[in-house]
Design a protein around this ligand. Structure first.
Ligand SMILES: C[S@@+](CC[C@H](N)C(=O)[O-])C[C@H]1O[C@@H](n2cnc3c(N)ncnc32)[C@H](O)[C@@H]1O
Length: 205
């Protein structure tokens, strides 16, 4: 609550995500192998805990959180997580600095509806530039904002950037109720003529 009042357009939620949403958004983290999992906007760690549970010590888990106070708590609670206190727009450079290539899974806790079109664009560019071709990107949205312009814009942007975008059912048990987008097969570079494509991006205010 305190961090929301300090930075409402960055934190954008009064309470952490609940367990059903955390499990749904992290369902793409494989139960086998040594995946590189990137978590954007880790906050107080709702998705961090679920990712750690699925990894059971395997692979690598890089969390990126812009808020230094949240980051301090995360480091103390999850010493096994590699935490970058940074803007997720710099994801490509953060991976390079750590000697990583592309992520197998990117899980987002970012508050898309609170972002300007330009920021949404930059963040999604960072995601598609950093995701393996056979990787998965998941993010969530609140059900009550489903038809609001920023949420519709996010959906168009996701469809322009991924060949497959599958929304989940509504998770009524979360407060507030939410749903997840499961996105696969990043399109890089973006198409220039298809609807919901680059042309649409440049015409955004
Ligand atoms: C809605 S909260 C979600 C926190 C947590 N993942 C959860 O679901 O409970 C959004 C988080 O994203 C962080 N954030 C916002 N913009 C960011 C950015 N550009 N880069 C990294 N983190 C960001 C905020 O500081 C906040 O912790």
């Amino acid at each position: 609550m305190r961090e929301f009042l300090r930075a409402p357009f960055t934190v954008a939620a009064l309470t952490p995500s609940g367990r059903p949403l955390s499990e749904a958004v992290t369902a793409t983290v494989p139960r086998t192998g040594e995946p590189l999992v990137v978590e954007l906007g880790a906050g107080t760690g709702a998705f961090t805990a679920a990712i750690q549970q699925r990894l059971t010590g395997r692979g690598r888990h890089l969390a990126i959180e812009i808020n230094a106070r949240f980051a301090e708590r995360l480091v103390a609670r999850y010493p096994g997580v590699d935490l970058a206190v940074a803007d997720a727009r710099g994801l490509r450079d953060i991976l390079t600095q750590r000697g990583h290539d592309r992520a197998d899974v990117i899980v987002s806790g970012l508050p898309w509806a609170a972002f300007t079109p330009g920021r949404q664009d930059d963040l999604l560019d960072a995601v598609t530039d950093s995701l393996a071709p056979d990787g998965a990107f998941t993010t969530f949205a609140y059900a009550h904002t489903r038809w609001a312009p920023p949420a519709l814009r996010l959906r168009r942007m996701l469809r322009a950037r991924f060949e497959e975008v599958v929304p989940s059912r509504t998770l009524w048990a979360n407060l507030p109720p939410a749903f997840v987008y499961y996105c696969r097969r990043p399109r890089t570079p973006l198409p220039t003529s298809a609807s919901g494509s680059t042309n649409e991006r440049v015409s955004q205010p």
